[in-house]
Write a protein that binds this ligand. Structure first.
Ligand SMILES: Cc1cc2nc3c(=O)[nH]c(=O)nc-3n(C[C@H](O)[C@H](O)[C@H](O)COP(=O)(O)OP(=O)(O)OC[C@H]3O[C@@H](n4cnc5c(N)ncnc54)[C@H](O)[C@@H]3O)c2cc1C
Ligand code: SF4
Length: 445
């Protein structure tokens, strides 16, 4: 009897110890993860990456069950983390707003928000038909607050449907619709306009594809099929940037559509007869009965206004750095885009980084570490307190800290001086814009 009791005691004891060990390791892991996440949150606050300017996930603490599905689903690094068994935003400013986390959450504890309680974000007024307070000016895509390729594509065609329904005005000599921007929303609107036989023009300040064209990574995440006018359903889930751009280019070509690239709409002037005159940086003018703004939220690159800036060797983003070698390059700027570009170019080229301030601030920690290392091993020359004053065919002129100017041999210039947000552009056209603090743009699937 005693031996049976002893045996049972040992069995129960072993089970108890085993369970206790599992609980111990689980709690230890949870506490470590929480500690690591809180450290990252503290760094994000220091680096100014905690308060996001654009779309980002908001986690409802009363609904989150700590499944961690959102963290696994997010293809970006350290945007979300776990604290005490619940998800928490970390580097929310790096969120690209594609909502993989939102779709992955099994209990719908994540919503996508724009602006936070502390940091407001300008959003234009748009009604359910995508029309703004200015009758005849419509907005589709991310500019209205809703991110994601698929949503923008849907909104582009829905806005054209609304224009078709509201087509009361038809002033002779004016096209039915001028579409501004050729990102996912603008492309889809262009195809929808063609499908419905509307007369239209699409003006793009850069190249076809919008933000997708400038993705730093080739992977594109789409959580559900995208329906493209004149093409039908495109089941591209985990696709690539190249595949998506190829599809858009193919449909556009097949239907003989022209998208006017490298043409920025600078002003929209409402006319007395209800039409709109669009004026571009290439001095062209377009008269339209309706305008669809599909310009996203990233704005236009800020120019320095220095002589020579309009030449071919100047660019405001870096594409295909792998094809650039043996060049003398100046990168202007001190933000993450400038640093990342300089780092990508430094191994095959001679790179000068010119920054107008005396030190870097608000950089991603990894970028800061890498750029200072590059300066130390002389693979990049950093010139703080300097300003680009002119760009010549084979040289550039920099104004240095001591107010002297110095000429440097140069083949290429990359300027990363931030962007002009679309708010002023919208307000000049009469579109009302309001600052939103923590505005929920996506709540339900
Ligand atoms: C790094 C990154 C990764 C992302 N990954 C994904 C992803 O995997 N899946 C996903 O669904 N979404 C992703 N997104 C979000 C997605 O790219 C955007 O939601 C989408 O591109 C918005 O489309 P849009 O047409 O509204 O605007 P945009 O794509 O921003 O296009 C706007 C266009 O308007 C042009 N424009 C602006 N002003 C003017 C003007 N005055 N005159 C003429 N043209 C003008 C711009 O040059 C631009 O081409 C990502 C975003 C980023 C930044
Ligand atoms: S929206 Fe995309 S980038 Fe932002 S947290 Fe969710 S999955 Fe990550």
């Amino acid at each position: 009897m005693d031996s049976i009791f002893l045996e049972q005691l040992i069995t129960y004891g072993t089970v108890f110890l085993f369970c206790a060990a599992i609980i111990f390791f689980y709690l230890r892991k949870k506490s470590r993860t929480s500690k690591q996440t809180l450290e990252k949150v503290a760094t994000a606050k220091e680096e100014g990456l905690y308060e996001p300017v654009s779309l980002h996930p908001y986690i409802d603490p009363n609904a989150c069950i700590g499944s961690g599905a959102c963290i696994k689903a997010c293809p970006e690094k350290d945007i979300l983390g776990m604290v005490n068994g619940q998800a928490q935003a970390v580097n929310a400013s790096n969120c690209v707003g594609h909502g993989a986390c939102f779709h992955a959450c099994p209990v719908e504890a994540i919503s996508l928000r724009i602006g936070t309680e502390k940091r407001g974000v300008d959003l234009p007024h748009v009604n359910e038909n995508f029309e703004t307070n200015m009758k005849g000016i419509y907005i589709a895509g991310e500019l209205g607050g809703m991110g994601l390729i698929k949503n923008s594509v849907e909104q582009g065609q829905q806005a054209i449907d609304s224009i078709l329904k509201n087509k009361k005005r038809n002033v002779e000599g004016a096209i039915d619709v001028a579409i501004v921007g050729a990102g996912p929303a603008g492309i889809s609107a262009t195809l929808a306009a063609k499908k419905h036989g509307l007369t239209s023009v699409t003006l793009e300040q850069d190249s076809l594809g919008g933000t997708v064209f400038t993705f730093p990574r080739s992977k594109v995440v789409m959580t559900s099929p995208m329906s493209l006018p004149l093409h039908g359903k495109a089941k591209l889930y985990d696709t690539s940037k190249a595949e998506l751009l190829e599809l858009w280019e193919k449909v556009i070509e097949e239907h003989d559509i022209e998208i006017v690239e490298n043409t920025k709409v600078e002003n929209i002037f409402p006319q007395e007869n209800g039409t709109f005159k669009l004026v571009t940086n290439t001095n062209t003018e377009h008269l339209a009965n309706n305008v669809l703004l599909a310009i996203g939220r990233r704005g236009s690159p800020r120019k320095l206004g220095v002589p020579g800036e309009d030449t071919q060797k100047v660019a405001y983003r870096l594409l295909e750095p792998e094809f650039i070698s043996d060049k003398k390059i100046i990168v202007v700027g001190g933000g993450d885009s400038a640093i990342e570009s300089a780092l990508l170019l430094k191994d095959e080229n001679e790179v000068i980084l010119s920054y107008r301030k005396d030190k870097f601030s608000r950089l991603k920690p990894k970028n800061k570490e890498k750029i200072l290392q590059a300066e130390e091993d002389n693979s990049i020359s950093i010139i703080f307190n300097s300003n680009l004053v002119s760009i010549n065919p084979d040289t550039i002129l920099l104004k240095l800290e001591d107010e002297t100017t110095k000429e440097y041999k140069n083949d290429l210039v990359y300027i990363f001086a931030g962007g002009e947000l679309p708010t002023t552009f919208l307000e000049k056209a009469g579109v009302e814009v309001t600052k939103r603090f923590g505005y929920t743009v996506k709540k339900h699937r």
